[in-house]
Design a binder for this molecule. Sequence first.
Ligand code: NAP
Length: 306
Amino acid sequence: MNASPKLLDGRWLAGVVEREIAQEVKSLAAKYGRAPGLGVILVGANPASQAYVGNKEKIAKRCGLNTFDFRFPEEASFEQVEAAVQAFNNDQKVDGILLQLPLPTQLASRQNVLLDAISPAKDADGLHPENQGLLMRGEGGLRSCTPLGAMKLIDLAYSSVEIGSEAVQFSQIGAADLSGKRAIVIGRSILVGKPLALLLLARNATVTMAHSKSPKLADLTAQADIVIAAVGRPGLVRGGWIKPGAVVIDVGINRTQDGKLTGDVAYDEAAPHCAAITPVPGGVGPMTVVMLVYNTLQAFRIRIKE
Ligand code: NAP
């Protein structure tokens, strides 16, 4: 038992990434005469979506990006939203496009048609089939933000940098070699679980993917050196499931009856068994947001062939 595991502070790490992005944006803007641009499309007045979009735009601006947006009322038509996607596709000032999900009910069944209409080169959320196919093939392309952020937290878990230090630079946190490590990803969504499993595989981890039909989840989890919970069930992963010294990344965001946010891992039970663990909130969430800005910068670099 390790009474005090390494706390993988996503707010701090997101700040480290943000500082690095801001520096790069400054020098690229000076060289090319414009900063990268993020185009955001928000449909409806879902308070959580409004808050997420506001936060993403705020961080993009703090990093020096230009932001553009289309905001539509709840009853917007498919054609209106598609036209906004095309306008951003054709706008030379826009490098990354975010279509905030979920979409209102009348658009939900055609969500993928709208996601597929985003130019793969501007797909800041990494959800276009071309980018997902490139990930499957282990080739370039833009990666989904939450899996990318979770991988950076795994890198942090295996690095020796001092978490919380203002002096740390992002480049000091190298890509961890996960050869010989066993990882379990609980959850197989296209947004989180599947891309994360492929990213772990690309780093040579031996990956188990589990889901709601997987028997003996506790036994499978107990074999893993890296545990990713991306389910949406509060406290599903119990402390007794964790192999001593494991790295635990809790992607889940659940709201309890008293309004608090909690993850998929029973944190107080699991923490003493772990070498490193993410908190909820303040772990994967802030990394997801900053990765959208990171992806927009990558898209800009690819477009200008920097
Ligand atoms: P999702 O699309 O609902 O997928 C959930 C997955 O969990 C499914 O694959 C499902 O299996 C599996 N599952 C459900 N119950 C299970 C059980 N009892 N045992 C094992 N597996 C089970 O959700 P998602 O979009 O991937 O999101 C997952 C969680 O991450 C949610 O809490 C979400 O809010 C959170 N999230 C957080 C961030 C962030 O930035 N921190 C970003 C995205 C999502 P089946 O496939 O068999 O149904």
